[in-house]
Design a protein around this ligand. Structure first.
Ligand code: NDP
Length: 331
């Protein structure tokens, strides 16, 4: 079975030489474990942070060890109660063809309820991030005007649509291509959207949100955050979910220059980690599955075929080659 190892810590943008696809022996499952043939695995922006040797909320990847992350697959051997050959499971040992998974870290998923890949995206980690980040962390309420960056990505496209479904007065998104901007307005029902590469975020946001915004969902940081602080109304709230614009930076990046506005406008900027919101999972799945079934919530995935494309998929994600969730398919 093949698996991706990190072999050197990237400095700046990850390079192909920092990774290796290696062959590993497959053992029968030990007591309490299952053997899973992965069908899809997730590549996510947070993995870039795990490639650095720094203390963070998740431990760094070990050099010359398989990387890990979200995956779904089929049980091919079981030595654990409650799991049988043929079951489909979501687990945390991605980046490999066959995973030797402790059963307590596997969750059964139903391939008849949703396509398996959806459990990595719209019904999975990124979906819950959008749901919790908007409704709980940002204390979204009906009538709010919402701005989301990274809006054509997995989290962002769901944030914008959830806000519309729950009665936002206006939803604005930013993304990195004119094609993505078109998708936001025409497919996902955003009221306005702009390409951040076409001009200063501050000016484009002002035009898209002439009455300001009440909620900012930050996936990007940098100029986007500064512009949002400028556009937030009194008692506005921001969910600080991600800062992808700086994940490959080799020097500390400058912060927003307008932080003093937080005082007079009594803004609340709140960081989040999706792992803190597991209690919302049942409500999230129930509500989102309903909107998917009714067609009120749409999603896209960018599926890259073949384990040998794992590195390309990951770097492609950082470059914006994805629309919606970026997934590697092994089927
Ligand atoms: P996406 O599907 O949004 O993919 C990443 C996107 O980021 C790319 O498609 C690209 O789109 C955009 N991007 C890349 N570089 C830049 C840049 N310099 N400026 C602006 N946009 C850029 O990924 P996810 O939905 O998985 O994640 C979105 C964000 O949420 C990330 O910041 C991630 O770290 C964060 N996150 C945080 C979690 C938490 O618990 N706090 C959990 C999950 C995700 P474009 O073409 O528009 O540039």
């Amino acid at each position: 079975s093949r698996e991706w190892h990190l072999v050197a810590r990237p400095h700046g943008w990850p390079e192909a030489e920092d990774f290796a696809l290696r062959e590993a022996a497959v053992a029968a499952p030990a007591e309490g474990r299952i053997l899973v043939r992965n069908k899809y695995f997730s590549v996510d922006p947070y993995m870039r942070g795990r490639m650095n040797d720094v203390k963070s909320y998740t431990p760094p990847f070990k050099l010359d060890h398989p990387m890990d992350g979200g995956a779904v697959g089929e049980v091919i051997a079981s030595n654990a109660e409650g799991f049988a050959v043929g079951d489909h499971v979501l687990h945390g040992l991605g980046w490999r063809e066959i995973a030797h998974v402790p059963a307590q870290h596997a969750v059964k998923v139903d391939p008849d309820l949703a396509p398996l890949s959806a459990y990595l995206g719209v019904l999975g980690m990124t979906g819950l991030t959008a749901y919790a980040g908007l409704f709980e962390v940002a204390s979204f309420k009906e009538g709010d005007a919402v701005f989301v960056s990274g809006a054509a990505g997995a989290v962002g496209s769901q944030v914008g649509q959830l806000a519309k479904l729950k009665g936002a007065s206006r939803v604005i998104g930013s993304a990195g291509s004119d094609e993505k901007v078109k998708l936001l307005v025409e497919e996902y029902g955003f009221d306005a959207a702009f390409n951040y590469k076409n001009g200063p975020v501050r000016d484009q946001l002002k035009e898209a949100a002439p009455d300001g915004i009440d909620v900012y969902f930050d996936n990007v940081g940098g100029d986007h955050l500064e512009a949002a602080i400028g556009a937030l109304n009194v008692h506005g709230r921001a969910t600080i979910c991600g800062m992808i614009a700086q994940y490959n930076a080799t020097e500390p990046t400058p912060g927003p220059r307008n932080m003093a506005l937080i005082i007079g406008k009594r803004l609340r900027l709140q960081g989040m980690l999706v792992g803190d919101h597991a209690d919302l999972q049942p409500k999230f799945v129930q509500e989102v599955a309903g909107w998917l079934a009714s067609g009120e919530l749409k999603y896209q995935e960018t599926v890259v075929e073949g384990i040998e494309k794992g590195y390309d998929a990951f770097v492609g994600l950082l470059r914006g080659e994805n629309t919606g969730k970026m997934i590697v398919s092994l089927v």
